[in-house]
Design a binder for this molecule. Structure first.
Ligand SMILES: [Zn+2]
Length: 372
């Protein structure tokens, strides 16, 4: 692959060595050249090696890596629906964001970038900080001051420079963009390499399901990095004839922040409340790739699902009773199943990627469940 980046809005193209993070028209950028997956090329124990033939790295053999192992696809049941959960919270920093950070930071390394700026509510900050530590890259992370302390501690302990911003995620993003004028804005929300990392989850799922595609996938959506990664992978597979039909992608949002639904209804998403939001990982008022999220949901035949805090708590407890401890943002996807219990059958092959570990949010979980 030649690595050219293309703007989906205006068609402008940039060689990868230009090291731009968005188009001059303001849009996000994508990789121009699509990959053609061939399962015969999938070799090696961890995703950077195993899926290197569909990753935008020039030298995957020399990529820095924690030796990431394949995460389990584990059978559970919620609201009488049999579900396969993809336990991506078992990656090194405790969330699926490791997939995106692994590819994005290795790309930064290949491009000779030594200093990056990222803004995040937590999980991507931790993943970027950890892979930056591994790659010897100086990471500056902008986070909302009101974030979970466990995530803040994790980021700073990896050695990243933490910039706590009062205000919400939008304020953080603005501060990070300003700081990025003198370094590279490695924002998971904008970065095309990040999405090629998060797409590896659907390759793993397909291999684990013996290339029989799931019927429906419920995904918590904030910036949409997981949903868009999965969509990117599915499109590659369909183009290569590896699947006939797309799984339905169900975009799950918290009742406190529903930009996808609002856009479809022609409504403006109101300011977020000042108090911390239970599903903080998906409280993104202006997703940078909103139009791509809408397109993925529509083209896959999926839908948008809005869940309440009470349902999130219930989902979290139902999972814990089966031995799985996840953070509230992950439990939002479980909560969404409740609304579909009478519309899904046992043959629907439902998959729920579990995005973040419960240990990242124990103090919050103690508050909401009254656990001692
Ligand atoms: Zn453009």
């Amino acid at each position: 692959m030649d690595g050219t980046l293309i703007c989906p809005a205006c068609g402008a193209q940039y060689p990868e060595d230009d090291v731009v993070w968005r188009c001059r028209c303001g849009s996000c950028l994508d990789l121009k050249e699509p990959f053609r997956p061939d399962p015969k090329n999938f070799k090696g124990p961890h995703f950077l090696q195993r899926y290197s033939s569909v990753l935008p790295l020039r030298d995957p053999k020399n990529a820095v890596s924690f030796g990431e192992s394949t995460t389990p696809l584990h059978p559970m049941e919620f609201y009488s629906i049999p579900v396969q959960v993809k336990m991506d919270f078992l990656l090194a920093t405790g969330s699926f964001k490791d997939r995106g950070a692994a590819v994005m930071i290795n790309k930064c390394r290949e491009l000779g970038i030594s200093r990056i700026v990222e803004d995040s509510s937590g999980n991507s900050a931790s993943a970027v900080a950890a892979y930056s530590a591994l790659a010897g890259i100086d990471a500056h992370i902008f986070m909302p001051a009101a974030n979970s302390s466990a995530k803040t501690i994790q980021v700073s302990t990896y050695g990243a420079t933490l910039h706590k911003i009062s205000g919400n995620r939008t304020d953080c993003a603005m501060a990070a963009e300003e700081a990025a004028a003198e370094s590279y804005y490695a924002a998971h929300t904008w970065n095309p390499y990040f999405l090629h990392g998060t797409k590896t989850v659907i390759y793993e799922i397909m291999e684990q399901m013996d290339w029989k595609a799931p019927g429906t996938i419920f995904i918590p959506v904030g910036s949409g990095t997981q949903l868009l990664g999965i969509w990117l992978g599915l499109k590659e597979m369909k183009r290569a004839g590896l699947i006939e039909k797309y799984p339905r992608l169900m975009a799950v949002q918290s009742e406190h922040c529903t930009p996808i639904r609002n856009f479809a209804l022609g409504k403006v998403t109101p300011e977020l409340p000042k108090t911390p939001i239970l599903a903080e990982g998906i409280a993104i008022r202006h997703p940078a790739r909103l139009s791509q999220i809408l397109q993925a949901v529509k083209e896959s035949g999926g839908d948008t699902v809005t869940v309440t805090d009470n349902d999130i708590v219930e989902g979290l407890q139902l999972a814990a009773q089966q031995g799985v401890y996840m953070e509230p943002t992950s439990a939002a996807a479980v909560a969404a199943l409740k609304q579909y219990s009478d519309r899904l059958t046992k043959n629907d092959k439902v998959v729920v990627p579990l995005t973040g570990h419960g240990l990242k949010a124990s103090s919050r979980i103690e508050q909401i469940t009254g656990s001692q």
